[in-house]
Design a protein around this ligand. Structure first.
Ligand code: 5GP
Length: 139
């Protein structure tokens, strides 16, 4: 496994160097909409402290991050009246990881509705913003 590379795209989002549709921010965590959602309301929760993925993350960072993941999962379920919520993350390319800054996917799920492919098409920014407003209203 290689080291954390601070030039990754999520590090740039944390620094405000590239835009994102933000949902929640505190001193340690940031949540924003995934640009290639696998279902409406697909969001990402990341720690501000850099780690490549779960395998090299500081447990103290995880301890602060998981309540934020929970908070966003509860809000996303309510916002989309979902039957369930997928929470997950990938570690290393063999497992499907494509951005190398730890992140948790939070995806509202509805019975009988399959997910779109991982890294499928880009969603319209206005749709992402509208979905973000729904989630923020439930935070
Ligand atoms: P991974 O494959 O590493 O688990 O997931 C990376 C996720 O980040 C994917 O779901 C992808 O759609 C999303 N993503 C990639 N680049 C960007 C970006 O620039 N902005 C946002 N908001 N999401 C991104």
């Amino acid at each position: 496994m290689t080291d954390y590379d601070p030039s990754n795209i999520f590090a740039k989002i944390i620094k405000g160097e590239i835009p994102s549709v933000k949902l929640y921010e505190d001193d340690d965590a940031l949540a924003f909409m995934d640009v290639m959602p696998q279902a409406p309301g697909h969001l990402l929760v990341i720690p501000k402290q850099g780690s490549r993925n779960l395998l090299d993350a500081d447990p103290a960072v995880l301890a602060k991050l998981m309540p934020v993941v929970q908070k966003l999962a509860v809000a996303a379920r309510q916002a989309f009246d979902a039957d369930g919520v997928y929470v997950g993350q990938f570690n290393e390319p063999a497992a499907g990881q494509t951005v190398f800054h730890l992140h948790f996917h939070v995806i509202p799920r509805h019975d009988g509705q399959p997910l779109k492919p991982h890294i499928g098409g880009m969603e319209n920014i206005d749709v992402l913003k509208a979905n973000a407003e729904k989630i923020k209203a439930c935070l």
